[in-house]
Design a protein around this ligand. Sequence first.
Ligand SMILES: C[S@@+](CC[C@H](N)C(=O)[O-])C[C@H]1O[C@@H](n2cnc3c(N)ncnc32)[C@H](O)[C@@H]1O
Ligand code: SF4
Length: 404
Amino acid sequence: MARLPDGDPAPPDGALPSGALAGLRDAPFGVYIHVPFCASRCGYCDFNTYVPGEGGAEAVAGYADALIAELRLARRVLGDDAPAAATVFFGGGTPTLLPPEELARILAAVGEHLGIEDGAEITTEANPESVGPAELTALREAGFTRISLGMQSAVPSVLATLNRQHSPGRAAQAAADARAAGFDQVSLDLIYGAPGETAADWETSLHAATAARPTHVSTYSLVVEPGTLLAAQVRRGEVQVPGEEVIVERFETADRVLAAAGYDWYETCSWAVDEAARCRHNLGYWSGGNWWGAGPGAHSHVGGVRWWNALHPRTWAAHVQAGTSPAAGRETPDDDAVRLERVMLGLRLRDGIALEVLTPSGRAAAARQLDEGLLDREAHAAGRAALTQAGRLLADPVCVALAA
Ligand SMILES: C[S@@+](CC[C@H](N)C(=O)[O-])C[C@H]1O[C@@H](n2cnc3c(N)ncnc32)[C@H](O)[C@@H]1O
Ligand code: SF4
C-alpha cells in the first residue's frame, strides 16, 4: 500500500497558519472525498483501498458519518470566510460501492459545511459494474454533474490480466446509461501497456471508448507499483511489461485515434471534446489550487501548506469522530520545491506555464528545447513554455530541465 511521506506533526485541532488561510481566496477551492473500498483488488493498483476480508473494509458501515465529521472539522479549520467549493470529486477506491443515498448525504454535507458554488463540477468515479440506470439517476438527482468510469480496456484478455470484474462492453453501456440519466459530462479511463496487450488491442480499446461518445478520456500508461500483485508477477517472470518504445508508440496511437474522433488534449494524458468537458477539479491540482481532501490517506493543500491523513480507515475515523485532525503529517514546501512542482504539473497542460515562473537557467533550458522542437515557438513568443507533440513524449526530462 502507498506509503505516506515524512512530514512535521499537524496540531490536534488541524489549525493552519493565518498566512495559509489568507491564500484561500487566491485560487479555486476544491473538495476531494476518498472512498477506500473496492469489491476486489486489481493486481496493478496501490491506491489506499480495502476489499472484503481486509482489515479496514469493515469501516464501510458508518463511513459517511465519519466523512461528515471531517467536513465539520474542515469548516472549523478554514473559517467562515473560506470560499465555497468550485469542484467536488469523489474518488477511490470505488465510491459507488456506497449506495447513492449515502453519496448524496455526503455531498449534501459538503454543501452544508463548506458550501458549493452554483455551477460547480461534481464528479464521482465509478467502476462500470458498480452502477446501473437507477444508481446513475439517483446520483444525477443528488447533484452530481460528471461521472468518470474506469473502462481500462475493451479487450477480454487485457481486462483479465488487469483483474477487472467487468465485461468488455460494460463501460460503454454505463456511459450510455449515464447520458440517459442526464449526465452531460462522462469520462472514460483507459490503461495501456498491460502485459500481453498488442498494438491492435490498444486500438480496439480506443475505438470502443470513442464509440461510447464520452466527453472526456484519460489514458494511463500502466505503472508497476511496488508491493502489488503485478509487481510480484513481473519479478517472478510470469508476465512482462512492454519497453519504452512500445509505450511511446501506444501514446502516439492514442493521440492519433482520439484526435481523429474529435478529442483535443488539454493535459498530457487527458482529452476532452470541448473546454466545458475538461476536468476542472484536476485542473485545480495541476495549477496550484487549494483543496481539502477528506478520508483516509487523502491529501490537502491550502495556501502553501500540504497535509495528508492517516492511511488506515480505523485510525482516521477515530480522529475525526473525536473532533481532532486526522492528519498524519504536514509540510510547507520551500520556494524551490513549489517552483519545481509548478513546472512539473503546469508543463503537462497544453497552455503550459509563464516563462516568468522559471529561473534564468530554466529559461536558458527552454531556449535550447525550442531548438530541439520540444517547446512550442508560438507559445514561447507569447511568454509561455508549452510542450509540442514531440515534447509531450519527453515531458518528464523536459520538465526537470526547465525546473532547474
Ligand atoms: C482511483 S483509480 C480507480 C477508479 C476506479 N476504482 C476504477 O478502477 O475504475 C483511477 C484510475 O487510475 C488508473 N490507475 C490506477 N492504478 C494504475 C496503475 N498502476 N497504472 C496506471 N494507471 C492506474 C486507472 O485507470 C483508474 O481508472
Ligand atoms: S477497482 Fe479501482 S481502486 Fe479498486 S483496486 Fe481496482 S483500480 Fe484500484
